[in-house]
Design a protein around this ligand. Structure first.
Ligand code: IMP
Length: 444
């Protein structure tokens, strides 16, 4: 980035967004870019997201705190579109402080909604009910039909909190945490609307817990919309950090197997109060293969030894839940869709080193559905689940590439792999990550 970027209409603001089903390595990319920005802002999701950042020998697992916190003196802002579990946030702040990280730049939107124990309980209950299956009478008269496929949520209360926000009554925002009377009123409404008998419900302990979180976090809770616009008017640079990822976006992902927020870059406006024309660069982060946790279609999913090798080599286990991730070859149909939806201007490719050691690398260029070749991502999850991937076979490479810092020094097969992605995406790869550390990176 140079000073001339300030002449651009957006003033040099950028966004980092996941292009697949999450866990693409956004934390590392935000951490790499954050040094060029004055503020890093999360705009969606909550403690369902898990960002890992490796700095030297230290590994930080962040869920709510923006990865930019690791740069002292910058703002790390939790925008209004985030749903905040205040106990989890305090745990994260304490963990960072105990390791000597300066958290004084952390600011939380007073408009961000609060995840309460009731939301977490409801999330778990809904998942349990869907896992057991709901009995219904089918159209052909089968009285024992069972419906319900669990979403496989993180059980962090994300969906119920966003639902309560949309329903409004009973919803609690971070700004309300400073007012115990409001907390009591909202928690009581929220419980009553769930059919909970208030005479046998321990409202006090929830109110006490939330009030004490309010006292601890109070000085960080602000009107971040005005703060962000003041920064922008002052020609400061802001980096927007997406939680979760595009194919988990509630509107544009593989519904209903998605999270409950606009996890694509399209969520920045509603989730921060900053209009889209302020953003010049949209950095799409993608893995060199696909992974997914939870349920839902994933056309290139593998169940063989290749999946096992990639999972072990890439340490593909959830940061938030520890669940083994589903693994598959790179899906270029999904990638083209995500690039289009987000308006991606450049790609950060991660986990390239993990692909070393395969004779061939397969990339899915199309799907076959009902005898037809399709080049589009499908809006209906049941269609997508039936889609068969059509693969192009690329040569593999076996070298350890983690020490390589220049693209032209990569094995020819790895260079071809990058070129294939760029051809399909129509945008350049400007960052390629060859290991978890900050320095294990190739930049254009
Ligand atoms: P929820 O966001 O907890 O409601 O979960 C909805 C779906 O999104 C589940 O399949 C989760 O596993 C998935 N999910 C949510 N956040 C992330 C993430 O940050 N990485 C990967 N998967 C996620």
């Amino acid at each position: 980035m140079t000073g001339t970027d300030l002449e651009q209409p957006g003033g040099g603001c950028a966004s980092v967004v996941g292009l697949q089903w999450g866990d693409e390595g956004k934390g590392k990319i935000v951490d790499l870019l954050a040094g060029d920005f004055d503020a890093v802002v999360r705009y969606n999701g909550g403690a369902n997201a898990g960002h890992s950042v490796n700095v030297g020998t230290e590994r930080y697992a962040l869920h709510l705190v923006p990865s930019g916190i690791l740069y002292p003196g910058r703002f790390a802002i939790i925008g209004n579109g985030v749903v905040v579990d205040p106990e989890q946030l305090i745990k994260e702040i304490d963990g960072l402080q105990s390791r000597g990280v300066d958290t004084s730049g952390l600011v939380i939107s007073s408009r961000a909604h609060v995840v309460t124990p009731l939301h977490k309980e409801e999330d778990a209950h809904r998942e349990q009910t869907l896992t057991s299956g709901v009995a219904f009478t089918s159209a052909n008269g089968d009285a024992d039909a069972r419906a319900g496929t669990a979403i496989g949520t993180t059980k962090r209360g994300i969906g119920p909190c966003y639902a309560e926000k949309a329903q409004r009554a009973g919803a609690l925002r971070m700004g309300d945490l400073l007012k115990p009377d409001v907390i009591r009123e909202r928690v009581s409404i929220s419980a009553a609307l769930r059919g909970i008998d208030l005479s046998s419900f321990d409202t006090d302990s929830i109110v006490d817990m939330l009030s004490s979180c309010g006292r601890r976090l109070g000085s960080m809770i602000k009107d971040t919309t005005y703060l962000l616009h003041a920064l922008l008017n002052d020609r400061q640079r802001v980096l927007f950090e997406g939680g979760n990822a595009t194919l988990l976006d509630v509107d544009h992902g593989t519904f209903p197997f998605v999270t409950s927020s606009n996890a694509s870059a399209l969520g920045i406006g509603p989730g921060t109060g900053v209009p889209p024309q302020r953003i010049d660069r949209i950095v799409g982060v993608m893995k060199s293969y696909c992974t997914r946790v939870g349920s839902g279609p994933m056309p290139t999913e593998l169940h063989d030894d290749t999946a096992h090798r990639i999972r072990e080599r890439g340490r593909e286990y959830g940061t938030t839940t520890g669940r083994p991730r589903r693994v598959g070859w790179l899906d270029l149909v999904a990638l083209r869709y995500s690039v289009m939806v987000n308006g991606v201007t450049e790609i950060a490719l991660t986990m390239l080193d993990v692909l070393s050691g395969h004779d061939d690398i397969m990339v899915c260029t199309h799907y076959m559905l009902d005898g037809q070749k399709m080049d589009r991502f499908l809006p209906d999850s049941s269609d997508l689940a039936r889609a068969e991937p059509v693969y192009e076979r690329l040569a593999g490479f076996s070298e350890d590439i983690s020490g390589i810092r220049h693209r032209e020094q990569l094995p020819i097969a790895a260079q071809r792999f990058l070129e294939t992605i760029e051809t399909h995406a129509g945008v350049p790869i400007t960052i390629a990550s060859v290991g978890p550390g900050r320095s294990e990176t190739i930049t254009a």
